[in-house]
Design a protein around this ligand. Structure first.
Ligand code: CA
Length: 481
């Protein structure tokens, strides 16, 4: 497949009705026809309840099969319904990526008493209390599953941090003490050491934990015919573990798996280092591009010539997953930083029509977000997907000429001859002269977005004066019938 596009097929406020897999199955054809090649599904593992999006992970071996946390199903349905949905997607040629949450566990079955030291939340390498016995929720024996698939029981020694002492009722970050125990090494240096994120933090240096997670990973790819994995919370997990985990799955898998993950960080050097330390086995989301897009959407003085500055897609294009927004940046969520609605067409043009990056369309931007209600941009994104699939090929020439008006040309390839001229304005109506190649002389270009009705004739040198409406994007090409 060429010009692959994936979609993050959920937003935070989907209804907790267990119908997600059934609806997904019925929509497989429609999704493929819109130009989506791969879906990133929400976590399919059992979380703290059916009202949990899935990141409050309870049991990795329960994919909606056991009566645990109040129900057999997850928020999205049962295991059988999941498999039916994936089969339907595969029948349409759509790849499926699972969201894997292995940084922490939540909703323990019992509490335990162990030694821990409270740390400074701003600097987790600094203890702020003498180590003492606390009561933490760290025991997981999964009574509803009864040892099926794995009889591993989680205890406090398999974790390295919790956020609550049940003995005193005190909240805070507690570092669990024990032999060879401490925060992980290859994690983000924010807050001194950002191993701890939430709930009971898994200790990836514990040999029993490593073996159990490797065993689980193997079981998981056999139990669910996924084509790849999206890792949650990468910057909170030792990169040595992630590298070994991926290598293990690659070795055990009979099919090609694609790995990508969330490394929520602006510092591009840290991200480059991350790619190196994980042996380039996993791609990462281009968070810098997201922040640039958001800033440009909020500040009309933003210099669009800098839109790719510091981004993954510019610095490490082969490993960048580009996106506009996601379930964490949508309003009311943890990392809220939402690209403004007027800018969505421009933002999606900048991820879907460019040469580099594996673009990821957000469900909430496409269909709608339920809380607070924000309408989607299905027609706009469908149109850009169609342009991507039919016209956005070959080399790229940039015309990043004015702070409020930039453009670029895609020169086509053997299979897709002809050029595509994209022009963007964040200010007034504007015109950019761009060269689409002397072989295009005399051809008549039209705006494939339908916004501008002009017909532009390419001159004998291959130049065209391409127009764009205020605060918009136009994509010009010789329209094929
Ligand atoms: Ca961690």
């Amino acid at each position: 497949m060429e010009n692959l596009v994936m979609m993050e097929y959920f937003e935070w406020y989907l209804p907790d009705d267990g119908n997600y897999y059934k609806e997904l199955k019925s929509k497989a054809r429609e999704i493929k026809e819109s130009g989506i090649d791969a879906l990133w599904l929400p976590p399919i593992t059992k979380a703290t309840g059916t009202n949990d999006v899935g990141y409050g992970i309870y049991d990795l071996y329960d994919l909606g099969e056991f009566d645990q946390k109040g129900n057999v199903r997850t928020k999205y349905g049962t295991y059988d319904e999941l498999i039916e949905a994936i089969d339907a997607l595969h029948n349409e040629g759509i790849l499926v990526y699972a969201d894997v949450v292995i940084n922490h566990k939540a909703g323990a079955d019992f509490k335990e008493t162990f030694m821990a030291a409270k740390v400074n939340e701003e600097n987790r390498t600094e203890d702020i209390e003498e180590a003492h016995d606390i009561e933490g929720w760290t025991g997981f024996d999964f009574p509803g599953r009864g040892g099926k698939y794995s009889d591993f029981i989680w205890h406090f020694n398999h974790f390295n941090g919790v956020d609550f002492d049940d003995k005193t009722g005190e909240a805070g970050i507690y570092r669990i003490l024990g032999e060879n125990k401490g925060w992980g090494y290859g994690v983000s240096p924010e807050h001194g050491n950002f191993d701890y994120l939430m709930f009971a933090d898994i200790d990836h240096n514990n040999e029993d934990v490593r073996n159990e997670l490797f065993r689980w990973g193997e079981w998981f790819i056999n139990k669910v015919p996924i084509d790849g994995i999206r890792f949650d919370a990468l910057k909170h997990i030792d990169y040595n573990f992630i590298r070994d985990f991926i290598a293990h799955l690659n070795e055990k898998s009979d099919r090609q798996l694609y790995f990508f993950g969330e490394y929520w960080m602006l510092d591009s050097e840290l991200k480059r280092n991350y790619l190196e330390e994980t042996g380039y086995l996993t791609d990462v989301f281009d968070t810098t591009l997201h922040f640039n897009l958001r800033e440009a959407s909020e500040n009309q003085q933003y210099d669009m010539r800098n839109i790719f500055q510091g981004t993954m897609v510019y610095e490490s294009p082969a490993n960048a997953v580009t996106f506009v927004d996601n379930h964490d940046t949508q309003p009311k969520e943890a990392l809220e930083s939402f690209v403004q609605p007027w800018f969505k067409k421009i933002a999606y043009g900048l991820i879907l029509l460019r040469k580099d990056g594996y673009p990821c369309v957000f469900y909430g931007d496409y269909y709608e977000i339920k809380d607070p209600y924000i309408p989607g941009n299905k027609d706009i994104i469908d149109n850009l997907l169609w342009i991507r699939k039919n016209y956005a090929y070959g080399d790229e020439t940039n015309y990043f000429e004015k702070p409020t008006c930039i453009g670029f040309v895609r020169h086509g390839n053997e299979k897709h001859p002809g050029s595509l001229a994209v022009v963007i304005s964040t200010g007034d109506a504007d015109t950019l002269v761009m060269n689409v190649g002397a072989d295009q002389a005399g051809k008549v270009y039209k705006d494939l977005t339908g916004e501008n009705e002009a017909e532009i004739t390419i001159d004998e040198e291959g130049n065209g004066a391409f127009e764009v409406a205020p605060g918009s994007l136009s994509a010009w090409a010789e329209k094929l019938d």
